[in-house]
Design a binder for this molecule. Structure first.
Ligand code: NOJ
Ligand code: MG
Length: 624
């Protein structure tokens, strides 16, 4: 067969069709996965001290096989005084005794790999704990022979200030957790900078030694077999060396007598400084050094920012950085703002500005954000799982979302989260305790999380006794967990969910809906609809989807409904009715329309070629 003909046919086909069959290479395993975030203190306690640990996690790994999750990410388990529950690391290369030992970690990773699971760790490069050996040495003195002298960001009191030196902070910068970023160190007689708690001094990335040390940390965990890293608080890595004040945020209204809050300033000097991209590129080199078939090392960066500020963390085709920065758009939805249009805005923000060749991702909750059940209400827990798992790209799910866990209420005097404790005027707004309550496994005491005779570190939500637990839901065909499993399976088996093709269908105040076209020649596609309104809505999706490329039939079949009560129902596409809070996934067998039919002969030629042994993947490994 003539090679030129094949090439022309392929080109026409690619132009006319938005997608081709997706087949992920070994470097792309993370595109075909669900990332499940484990908050280790709250997942499973094995030794009865009321706090989760590594052995506990290992004992639960088979659960992930059962529910169709194949990547887990652990929030920090490193040695830590736990001022910020592990995000204050005192030894980047060891495990905190509360979680177990390095041997427990080795066992965890081996067991995970044997079960076909990937394991990601948290990497916290911006700061260490004040109890890290580097900081203990650094704060001793500023002598040139102190090798740790410049490991942190030190600064003299402000010149010209007439107050005692410890009151003369170098500038107006404010920490994320409130109050000045500067803390006086009496021994060294200087201030050190902390963008989070004072117990979390920022590392100094203007010191090459710090780069070297942190690269060793990455290597250490890769040598242990870790499959990827979630990089914490990346936008805070560098501060402007001129150390000038940051501009006041005119939209912020200060509360009299309250310590300065992060939002009171515009962070031109302390966030998203361009030089941090060089560091990520440098790290990417290490990830590459440790990537050989079949083990690609995956990187996701974390910062809370606008989508425009986040997208640069993807890097460029020539200089890749993270595989993706977390997209927190959907976590910003609130009950007040929820509408079909608002969801559309959040989805479109990411999709329309996504750099060429890059892969989208979604998050609906994590350990820093109120659970979806709190923000939107329990009514939307299932619909949001449908969005998270069926929008194009990789979803991250936070433990308990699959069983629609709800937050807990903890009074101020029992609050654990330092962010809340340090800001008593805002504590209910800031506290992250509610979303960190223990995982609900069954209806035995402490929901099967712990065998302690005392208290668990945070209380368990009582609703574990009324069906919000894994054991009850795993056998219930209509449960949230059954829905989650069905969605996980769809992602794996249907090519429509393996490309980044997305076409919006009907979008209005009430409805957000989109269409995922088949990624292969079967054209078996899916329509996903969410009703955010207070009443049912009946709409004509057939007309909304019809175009030159494809003919949309009159009927479709509900593949899965959020209530798991309409699965298998036939629906007329020109009048699909969706209840308030409901979401539907409708299977639609489209066929070629006018434009696509021009390319039909080419597709037949290509199919014949494929049968004759010409592997299309060699020409176009993955069209996204
Ligand atoms: C982001 C983490 O998600 C959060 O929990 C932590 O408090 C800060 N980074 C500081 O490390
Ligand atoms: Mg324990």
């Amino acid at each position: 067969m003539h090679f030129g003909v094949i090439l022309v046919c392929l080109l026409i086909t690619v132009v006319a069709q938005p997608t081709m069959a997706a087949k992920f290479t070994w470097r792309e395993w993370w595109k075909n996965t669900i990332v499940y975030q484990i908050y280790p203190r709250s997942f499973q306690d094995s030794d009865g001290d009321g706090v989760g640990d590594l052995k506990g996690i290992t004992s639960r790994l088979k659960y992930f096989n059962q529910i169709g999750v194949d990547t887990i990410w652990l929030s920090p388990v490193y040695t830590s005084p736990m001022a910020d529950f592990g995000y204050d690391v005192a030894d980047f290369k060891d495990i905190d005794p509360i979680f177990g030992t390095i041997a427990d970690f080795d066992d965890l990773i081996d067991t995970a790999h044997n079960l076909g699971l990937k394991l990601m760790m948290d990497f916290v490069p911006n700061h260490s704990s004040e109890e890290h050996e580097w900081f203990l040495q650094s704060k001793e003195n500023n002598d040139t022979n102190n090798p740790y002298r410049d490991y942190y960001v030190w600064k003299d009191p402000k010149i010209g200030c007439n107050d005692p030196p410890e009151k003369c902070v170098p500038n107006n910068w404010v920490s994320v957790f409130g109050g000045s970023v500067w803390e006086w160190e009496p021994k060294r007689k200087q201030f050190y900078l902390h963008q989070f708690l004072k117990e979390q001094p920022d590392l100094n990335y203007n010191n090459p030694e710090v780069h070297r040390e942190m690269k060793e940390v990455i290597k250490f965990w890769f040598e242990k077999g870790v499959d990827g890293l979630r990089v914490d608080a990346i936008r805070h890595m560098y501060e402007d060396q001129d150390m000038e004040d940051e501009p006041i945020n005119p939209e912020y209204t200060p509360v009299p007598g309250e310590r300065p809050q992060y939002d009171s300033l515009i962070h031109t000097k302390t966030a998203d400084l361009p030089e941090l991209h060089d560091v990520i590129k440098d790290w990417r080199g290490i990830f590459e050094d440790f990537s050989s078939e079949p083990n690609y090392r995956f990187m996701v960066t974390e910062s809370y920012d606008t989508h425009r500020a986040l997208l640069p963390y993807y890097g460029t085709p020539n200089q890749p950085e993270a595989d993706y920065p977390f997209n927190f758009g959907l976590t910003e939805l609130t009950n007040e703002s929820l509408s079909g249009k608002e969801i559309h805005n959040k989805v479109q923000d990411w999709m329309k500005d996504l750099p060429g060749g890059k892969w989208p991702n979604w998050v609906i909750g994590n350990h820093d954000t109120a659970r979806i059940t709190e923000r939107l209400g329990i009514k939307y827990a299932r619909a949001m799982n449908i969005l998270n798992l069926l929008l194009p790209g990789t979803p991250t799910t936070y433990y308990g979302e699959e069983i629609a866990m709800e937050g807990i209420w903890v009074p101020y005097n029992e609050t654990q989260d330092p962010y809340a404790i340090n800001n008593p005027n805002h504590w209910e707004e800031y506290t992250r305790d509610p979303e960190r309550s223990p995982m609900q496994w069954d209806d035995t005491p402490h929901a099967g999380f712990s065998t302690t005779n005392g208290k668990t570190w945070l209380p368990v939500n009582d609703n574990y006794l009324t069906g919000v637990n894994v054991a009850d839901q795993i056998t219930n065909q209509k449960s949230s967990l059954a829905l989650f499993k069905t969605l996980a399976n769809l992602r794996k088996t249907e090519s429509s969910f393996q490309t980044n093709h997305l076409k919006y269908a009907i979008v209005n105040e009430q409805i957000f809906s989109f269409f995922r076209l088949s990624g292969d020649s079967t054209l078996l596609s899916f329509l996903v609809i969410v009703n955010t309104g207070d009443s049912p809505s009946t709409d004509d999706y057939q007309t909304a989807l019809m175009n030159d490329d494809f003919v949309v039939p009159g009927f479709g079949v509900v593949e899965v409904s959020s209530g798991m009560d309409r699965n298998g129902d036939s629906v007329e596409l020109n009048k699909i009715s969706v209840a308030s809070g409901e979401a539907l996934v409708v299977k639609v067998q489209v066929s070629f329309g006018n434009k696509a039919s021009v390319t039909m002969p080419c597709i037949i030629v290509i199919a014949i070629m494929a049968m004759m042994g010409v592997i299309l993947q060699d020409f176009f490994p993955l069209q996204i």
